[in-house]
Write a protein that binds this ligand. Structure first.
Ligand SMILES: Nc1ncnc2c1ncn2[C@@H]1O[C@H](COP(=O)(O)OP(=O)(O)OP(=O)(O)O)[C@@H](O)[C@H]1O
Ligand SMILES: [Mg+2]
Length: 245
């Protein structure tokens, strides 16, 4: 089996958990270490229409964070509806163009040292009746980073996602908790990271707090770069030796 490629596939326990924020924070942290980082959101849904063009907020956020030079490769497939790709594909009468996604990923790999791919929702979001986000993880041969909410419910959602990854033979490099309360931190938020690590064996690489002046849709980063570097074990994400699948 081939070794993992230099990069990471960021998935989540759900949609809206903070994959884009984590991907952007990681891109900025790696860039400040002198790495040439490429970013990708293979399928953008809920895109904005500008004339005949569809603009994906996530891609715009990632591109600015990584200062990438090849915008079309980052966002090869876009839909207007905020739906699972398979459903948007039917409504918009356009199948998910997997060959285009593969070509874009290949081009990005040629141009960058390390590729950060943001998944779509979670691992079992469908592109068609027989192709899911997990199939793309397998094709890209990237290890996973899981973004999860910190509070009540996180144990179940995070362990389900880890299970779905492990039964497919994927390496889970770690879990990051997002949007931890700044004040009145709940008991669940305090205890969950240790419990999840003990039950799964997967490293918890840190947590991000609720941040001011940060918004994906309006491309605002606030102190994301600094906070990401302070709170997340960035080295663990990229410097683990390549392992076979
Ligand atoms: N730590 C944070 N502090 C403040 N706002 C945040 C934080 N993390 C995420 N958000 C906001 O929450 C929303 C969802 O975050 P994000 O877009 O990163 O989630 P996602 O998992 O990428 O969602 P999707 O599944 O739609 O791609 C965004 O509006 C973002 O600005
Ligand atoms: Mg996103």
């Amino acid at each position: 089996m081939p070794a993992y490629k230099p990069g990471i596939f960021i998935t989540g326990t759900d949609t809206g958990v903070g994959k884009t924020v984590v991907a952007a924070g990681l891109a900025m942290a790696l860039k400040s270490r002198g790495m040439k980082v490429g970013v990708m959101k293979p399928v953008g849904t809920g895109c904005m229409e500008f004339g005949k063009r569809l603009i994906c907020h996530d891609s715009a956020y990632l591109l600015e964070a990584a200062e990438n030079e090849y915008p079309p490769l980052t966002s090869p497939v876009r839909y207007r509806h905020a739906l699972a790709p398979s459903v948007a594909a039917v409504l918009e009468k356009r199948e998910v163009d997997l060959p285009q996604i593969r070509r874009s990923f290949g081009e990005l790999q040629k141009n960058y040292d390390f590729i950060i791919v943001e998944g779509i929702g979670g691992l079992l979001v469908p592109f068609s009746k027989d192709y899911f986000v997990a199939n793309l993880v397998r094709e890209f041969q990237l290890p996973l980073l899981i973004v999860s909410k910190g509070g009540l419910g996180a144990i179940n959602h995070t362990l389900l996602t880890i299970d779905a990854a492990v039964i497919r033979g994927f390496e889970v490099r770690g879990v990051i908790f997002n949007r931890m309360a700044k004040t009145n931190v709940s008991l669940a938020e305090i205890t969950n990271p240790k419990v999840i690590h003990e039950l799964s064996g997967v490293p918890v690489l840190g947590s991000l707090p609720e941040m001011d002046d940060l918004d994906v849709d309006t491309c605002r980063y606030g102190r994301l770069k600094e906070i990401f570097q302070e709170r997340i074990q960035v080295d663990q994400i990229y410097s683990v030796p390549s392992l076979p699948v």
